[in-house]
Write a protein that binds this ligand. Structure first.
Ligand SMILES: C[S@@+](CC[C@H](N)C(=O)[O-])C[C@H]1O[C@@H](n2cnc3c(N)ncnc32)[C@H](O)[C@@H]1O
Length: 243
């Protein structure tokens, strides 16, 4: 499995972007995923791919009893411990694929990390086993219409560089894609919408809500290019629960 967030150049660029506060996370993905969160009061949370702990801290501020944040990247976990520490948060530096908890959680969340996991089917089996009765699993991931194509830049433009439309191709070919994002060779995994949904259903998770978010109004002012989220969604947010 790749650990691109421990690549020095990638990490520097990524954190600098996140700290700018002018990102797709701030105006598109985070408002959407937060909008489907349940009441956190006295609930235990597992955050898969917790990064620098922004969401873990948010859960605590909303009343979560405990948060366990897991991430493969030492850079991320070190930053989380430095900037988003709390007595009720435990950060674990480990690949999601190797988790082996003895306990279960009320809520499992994952924000933009699941497209880095190769074996989605195995992941969902594990998540189901880590959920309490009535537990919920809520995650965001890159939208399949964005991850589908082998080439990274999907905008088809006219001779003046105006965006004509978004190209979708290779949709049914699930699997590895290599993109250039700050550095060459960032690996993600493409899955179809039906695989994302049906794997949850097969494992006894009931789909409660799907969001293909657009930018909020502040985002449209601060990042005008977010108007393109109306033309094609970059992310999908899926809320599921044990039925
Ligand atoms: C786009 S960042 C999102 C971080 C955080 N969830 C947030 O929203 O701020 C993706 C995170 O997933 C982590 N990640 C990627 N593959 C992983 C794996 N196999 N196991 C654990 N964490 C992983 C990365 O290290 C990175 O911190």
């Amino acid at each position: 499995m790749q650990n691109i967030y421990d690549n020095h150049d990638f990490f520097k660029e990524y954190i600098s972007l996140r700290k700018s506060g002018i990102t797709y996370n701030d105006f598109v993905e985070q408002p959407a995923i937060k909008s489907v969160m349940p009441n956190f009061k006295d609930r235990s949370v597992l955050d898969l791919g917790c990064g620098a702990g922004y969401f873990a801290k948010y859960c605590i501020s909303e009343g979560a009893s405990t948060v366990t944040g897991v991430d493969i990247s030492k850079n991320m976990i070190n930053l989380a411990k430095l900037e988003n520490n709390h007595e009720r948060i435990e950060y674990i530096c480990k690949p999601i694929e190797e988790l082996d908890f003895q306990k279960t959680f009320d809520l499992i969340i994952s924000s933009l990390a699941i497209h880095y996991i190769e074996d989605y089917s195995n992941l969902i089996v594990k998540i189901k086993s880590l959920l309490k009765e009535n537990g919920e699993f809520i995650f965001s991931t890159e939208h399949p219409i964005v991850t589908a194509r082998n080439e990274a830049n999907n905008w088809v433009k006219d001779v003046d560089g105006e965006k004509l439309h978004w190209a979708v191709d290779n949709y049914q070919e699930e699997g590895k894609r290599e993109h250039n994002w700050y550095v060459e060779g960032v690996i993600i995994y493409h899955r179809t919408v039906s695989t994302l949904m049906n794997t949850l259903i097969k494992n006894g998770l009931r789909i409660e809500k799907i969001i293909e978010p657009q930018s909020n109004s502040i985002g449209l002012q601060k990042m005008p290019k977010l108007i393109n989220e109306k033309r094609r969604p970059s992310f999908i947010v899926i809320k599921s629960s044990i039925s």
